[in-house]
Write a protein that binds this ligand. Structure first.
Ligand code: GTP
Ligand code: MG
Length: 372
């Protein structure tokens, strides 16, 4: 089953709800017949009743299975798409500065002057090839995407300040990056500083199974400075090399699919979602669903703040027209009609509300049992 309430589970396996409740009660879990069962509870029940239980994610189900059946994907339309690169690293090691520097160095000269504000995602051109960068979209959004298998990232850059070395969050990022299976590049930042020490960083990273290529390992280390711009070309060339191997492809004519990397409620404009397109082309007028939110795309501004009619593969921009602010990390999928979009989103919203409600009744029951 997908998300499943106690009584639904009981019906599905020919038991009464009280049988299910008493099994869980026997294990110290208090549930009512309207509660949703958690994955581990479902597994326990499966064992107890001798039936096989498979658990699927309901959200993922609607997003992917409905819209992206394998057979819908027509690889004859495939074209190479630009890599999406995420920059991660310890606090203050210079992720944002590096992103801002790359952007000001690489965005067409005419535009550069106008770019003062930091933005969380943008595309640059490196000798005719495009690369999309995303600032760590907050750890919450990242783990959200990861838990849904909707990682947007193709290549991960771990930023380590050359004067500070490996820190707790660097370690976290290393394990995250390894788990993602993406190629990893280490950018040793702040190399303009007297106290920066590339070898120290290499040694610290090698201890954590991130051995530099020139030490016989397979991780590229590139010295950079977000202040002077040193090493940035090197970094970009390296990203292109690594992504070539990945043979990234997608279908620009498919129904648009993407991810929300950031979102906010803007006064006078309503919900604004920064979306990165993973497949298809997102156009003004499209009916989209982002998790429990939906709407008709009213306007799109690209990563340079200019109004555009559409966003192509790996491109990012701000999208207006959603009924509510979607969570970052949400999956965006275009639907055939506004009716469909509304139905999918409202069903999910109701589902999410019911789940919240069942959580709160459960807590109060647990609290009560503690008092007895
Ligand atoms: P959080 O987003 O807070 O995790 O930080 P961050 O990793 O984005 O770091 P940020 O870009 O905000 O930079 C932190 C500080 O380091 C700022 O004071 C920057 O000016 C400084 N800094 C960043 N890059 C460099 C660099 O290449 N050289 C020097 N000297 N200072 C840098
Ligand atoms: Mg930052």
């Amino acid at each position: 089953p997908e998300e499943c309430r106690v009584y639904e589970f009981a019906e599905a396996c020919g038991k009464s709800a009280s049988d299910v409740i008493s099994v869980l009660f026997g294990l110290g879990m208090l549930v009512t017949k309207n509660d949703f069962l958690k994955q581990d509870e479902l597994e326990i029940l499966g064992e107890e009743f001798g039936i096989e239980v498979t658990v699927k994610d309901a959200l993922e189900d609607v997003n992917y299975v409905d819209d992206y059946h394998e057979e819908d994907i027509d690889d004859s339309n495939f074209v190479t798409r630009p890599p999406v690169v995420t920059i991660m690293g310890h606090v203050d090691h210079g992720k944002t500065s590096l992103l801002d520097k790359i952007r000001s160095a690489k965005v067409a000269k005419g535009e550069a002057g106008g770019i003062t504000q930091h933005i969380s995602a943008y595309t640059v051109d490196q000798n005719g090839q495009k690369i999309t960068f995303v600032d760590t979209p907050g750890h919450a959004a990242f783990s959200e995407m990861r838990s849904r298998g909707t990682e947007i990232t193709d290549v991960i850059i771990i930023v380590v300040a050359g004067d500070d070395g490996v820190k707790p969050q660097t370690e976290e990022v290393i394990s995250h990056a390894k788990a993602s299976g993406c190629p990893i590049i280490v950018a040793v930042n702040k190399m303009d500083k007297e106290s920066a020490n590339m070898d120290m960083v290499k040694a610290q990273m090698a201890e954590r199974e991130m051995t530099p290529v020139d030490w016989g390992g397979d991780v590229e280390f590139i010295g950079v400075s977000a202040h002077t711009g040193m090493g940035i070309d090197d970094l970009l060339e390296n990203i292109l090399l690594q992504s070539e191997v990945l043979e990234l492809k997608a279908d620009p004519s498919a129904k648009a699919k993407g991810a929300v990397v950031e979102s906010l409620l803007e006064k006078g404009r309503g919900p604004v979602a920064t979306i990165i397109v993973q497949n298809g082309t997102l156009k003004v007028g499209d009916n989209i669903v982002c998790d429990t939110t939906y709407g008709r795309v009213k306007a799109i501004t690209n990563d340079q703040g200019k109004p555009v009619k559409q966003l192509g593969l790996s491109e990012t921009g701000n999208v207006l027209g959603l009924n509510e602010v979607p969570v970052s990390g949400a999956v965006m999928v275009a639907q055939d009609s506004d009716k469909e979009a509304r139905e999918i989103a409202t069903t999910r919203a109701e589902h999410a509300r019911a789940k919240e409600l069942s959580k709160s009744t459960k807590v109060s029951l647990e609290e009560m049992s503690g008092l007895i």
